[in-house]
Write a protein that binds this ligand. Structure first.
Ligand code: F6R
Length: 252
């Protein structure tokens, strides 16, 4: 059910600013651990990228110290590059196994990832769209692009958007170029959950660290909502927690 495209109903965001990326990541990791301890069968929406790597390392440590078990947790990932096998080191699937799933003993049967190498990309997007619609997440973890994207919902993405194939913006191609492990160039297309899928989450936690994110954070929290800064559309959700380090918060 679409219950959110009423931009008029913007609500005050919850914002936590911590001195360092390490402390911001610790804060987010603790929220996730607390949720899983309270609800071991919860469903988590997960992001990739540089920002959540520290969080995932802390979750792996917590699992290995037996403070929490992820064995019954279901996961749904936000997005994936088109054209990459899940085993390719630059795929988001490989990232997730490397950074989190293997070390924290997730049950592979409860992990939902997009197959970026599917021969029929349209069918793969439709499969994932149906899966996401039938499985709203308890907590969605997000990063934010320097252009305000969430998932691969680039500027101009409608608030009603659902899982689909998208073209990455020139800015995203440049930024993500620095993160490649093996590829020479960033794939230009991706499959992403839409804004409406993200907003279906019961709780959303956005982690942003570093001064490069400050302008996107300023636009997201300015009170203006619009497709030009997709993360600003999160203001229509009643339970979003922005966790920022000093750098990301410097224009607040
Ligand atoms: C990743 C994703 C992206 C990133 C964003 C920030 O799954 O959906 O929206 O969260 O590009 O990336 P980093 O954390 O690398 O700055």
């Amino acid at each position: 059910m679409d219950h959110h495209p009423r931009i008029a109903s913007a609500r005050a965001a919850k914002i936590t600013i911590l001195p360092t990326a390490e402390e911001a990541s610790q804060f987010v990791a603790e929220r996730l651990v607390t949720l899983v301890q309270a609800n071991p069968t919860c469903r988590l929406g997960l992001a990739t990228g540089q920002t959540p790597r520290r969080v995932y390392a802390k979750l792996v440590a917590a699992a290995q110290d037996e403070k929490v078990s992820f064995a019954k947790v279901e996961t749904i990932n936000l997005d994936e590059y088109c054209g990459l096998e899940q085993s390719h080191p630059d795929s988001f699937a490989a990232y997730m196994h490397r950074e989190l799933f293997s070390g924290a003993s997730f049950d592979t049967s409860k992990i939902n990832l997009i197959d970026g190498a599917a021969k029929d990309e349209t069918a793969e997007a439709a499969r994932y769209a149906a899966l996401v619609r039938s499985r709203p997440v308890d907590l969605q973890l997000l990063g934010i692009g320097t252009n305000g994207h969430i998932g691969f919902n680039e500027p101009g993405s409608p608030v009603t958007s659902r899982v689909r194939i998208v073209e990455l913006s020139p800015e995203t191609l440049v930024v993500n170029q620095q993160t490649l492990l093996q590829l020479d160039r960033v794939p230009t297309r991706a499959i992403t959950m839409g804004i409406a899928d993200i907003i279906d989450a019961r709780e959303i936690v956005v982690l942003a660290t570093g001064a490069a994110k400050a302008e996107a954070i300023r636009k997201s929290l300015s009170g203006q909502l619009g497709e030009a800064c997709p993360a600003s559309l999160l203001q229509i959700h009643g339970n979003v927690h922005w966790v920022l380090d000093k750098g990301a918060a410097q224009l607040q």
